[in-house]
Design a protein around this ligand. Structure first.
Ligand SMILES: Cc1cc2nc3c(=O)[nH]c(=O)nc-3n(C[C@H](O)[C@H](O)[C@H](O)COP(=O)(O)OP(=O)(O)OC[C@H]3O[C@@H](n4cnc5c(N)ncnc54)[C@H](O)[C@@H]3O)c2cc1C
Length: 411
């Protein structure tokens, strides 16, 4: 009699696991996908702003974080970004590489990725059970009993458990899967929203709300420099957003005293800015601070800088600016300090930093050491990647290895 593999979670991991399982078993096992939502792969549709940045040609373990910094290495070597590109090509998806090694479907439609996976699964006659919200798992005599919220029961010989993390719960993964495995003896590291907007003291950003600037964002833990990113930074009424912010937001999970410094004019040195400001004092000596930053910085930003150096009234005459004032302005333009108070929460986050402790999984097969016969892959594990196609690459790579090892053990 054919053995049964149950795949819990029809996301990036679950859908690819089904295809790999069919290929590795040559159709000699039963495969079933159990998905709690009314459709599989909802999150895939939302990725990359609807374009799905499905891998990154520069992906290495150095783009990933977790308690074990090296955990992802083996899996990324077994299934690299090139394997991902080849895999999707075999499903009819041509790719294009855009900035910073980010890979998208040539159609630039996330639906191309989901449709390719769904069409293949359908052609292999792999059943998908939607609206099956797994609530409980029991193991007896080497058989798993998987129970849904509606008390439907599926039995299986092995499980690939891929219910994702806690980020963007409206798309399906709300952390229930982590809770189920915790109740069965797994441990979980601290869960923190990542690839998300950051909250700062509101008084430092409120009046800048809606402004977009292209600048450099530098992140420090107290006085220790951590990392910097260049790009478009957007001010909101609670903090900052934009690609550099998302990229650096994973640091919040790892450092207690994050401080951001924004460089509003990264292509100029401090000396150059000081000279520009001094020059403007002469050129604009006929006017007041209302007009001093015109043509140099966003007007509202200029007003904030003037206020921050102690100029309360914009009627202050430009000709009265002192060298000390110009120096303070230069410093603010190069290093606008914002304490990072929090992230903007799981509802707005793309991924979860933290997850099931990887030390409880075999580091070559992803089989649980706690529940034999159960394999985990993807975001449910304590592995989080940078912004730029890395998190999906982790999903594809871990799915491939876990499925290969799981199916091998069933034949
Ligand atoms: C808005 C957004 C944009 C993103 N953009 C990108 C991007 O461009 N590039 C990139 O690399 N990454 C991106 N990511 C991250 C990436 O989508 C995830 O890291 C990846 O999908 C994780 O795959 P997964 O299979 O582990 O989990 P998921 O894709 O979350 O899939 C988990 C599945 O399990 C189901 N499930 C959960 N609990 C249960 C249960 N109890 N019973 C049954 N089923 C259950 C869920 O409904 C879901 O379908 C983005 C994420 C978001 C939210």
């Amino acid at each position: 009699m054919k053995k049964t593999l149950a795949i819990v979670g029809g996301g990036a991991v679950g859908l690819t696991a089904a295809i790999h399982a069919y290929n590795f078993s040559k159709g000699n096992i039963n495969i079933i996908i159990l998905e709690k939502m009314d459709r599989v792969g909802k999150k895939i549709l939302a990725t990359g702003n609807g374009r799905c940045n499905f891998t990154n040609i520069y992906a290495t373990y150095e783009n990933f974080y977790g308690e074990d910094k090296f955990f992802s290495k083996y899996f990324l070597e077994q299934f690299s970004s090139q394997h991902t590109i080849d895999f999707f090509y075999s499903l009819g998806v041509l790719h294009t590489v855009l900035e910073n090694g980010k890979v998208y479907p040539y159609s630039e439609q996330a639906s191309s990725i989901l449709d390719a996976l769904r069409n293949k699964i359908e052609s292999l006659n792999i059943p998908i059970k939607t609206d099956f919200n797994v609530k409980n798992i029991n193991k007896k005599n080497d058989k798993f009993k998987i129970t849904s919220a509606n008390n439907e029961i599926i039995t299986a010989d092995k499980i690939i458990f891929a219910t994702g993390g806690v980020a963007s719960p409206n798309l399906g993964s709300n952390g229930d899967g982590i809770k189920i495995l915790k109740s069965l003896g797994h441990n979980c590291t601290k869960l923190t929203p990542a690839l998300v907007q950051l909250k700062t003291p509101p008084e430092k950003v409120k009046s800048l709300k809606g402004i977009k600037i292209t600048g450099n964002l530098k992140m420090y833990n107290n006085k220790d420099f951590l990392k910097e990113e260049y790009g478009e930074i957007l001010f909101t009424d609670y903090g900052i957003s934009g690609p550099p912010v998302f990229q650096l937001s994973t640091l919040f999970a790892r450092y207690k005293n994050l401080i951001a410094y924004i460089d509003f004019m990264p292509s100029f040195s401090e000396d150059e800015i000081f000279n520009i400001l001094k020059d403007r004092k002469n050129i604009l000596s006929y006017t007041n601070m209302e007009n001093y930053f015109n043509g140099l910085l966003n007007k509202r930003l200029g007003n904030i800088i003037a206020k921050n150096i102690g100029i309360e009234k914009l009627s202050f005459l430009v000709k009265n600016l002192t060298d000390d004032m110009l120096k303070n302005m230069t410093n603010l333009i190069k290093n606008y300090k914002l304490e990072i108070l929090d992230t903007n929460g799981f509802n707005n986050a793309q991924v979860t930093a933290g997850g099931l402790k990887t030390s409880q999984f075999n580091n070559k097969t992803l089989e649980s050491n706690v529940i034999k016969g159960l394999y985990c892959a993807g975001e449910i594990l304590d592995v989080v990647g940078d912004c730029g196609g890395f998190n999906l690459q982790w999903a594809w790579a871990s799915s491939y290895v876990a499925t290969k090892c799981c199916v091998k053990s069933m034949l």
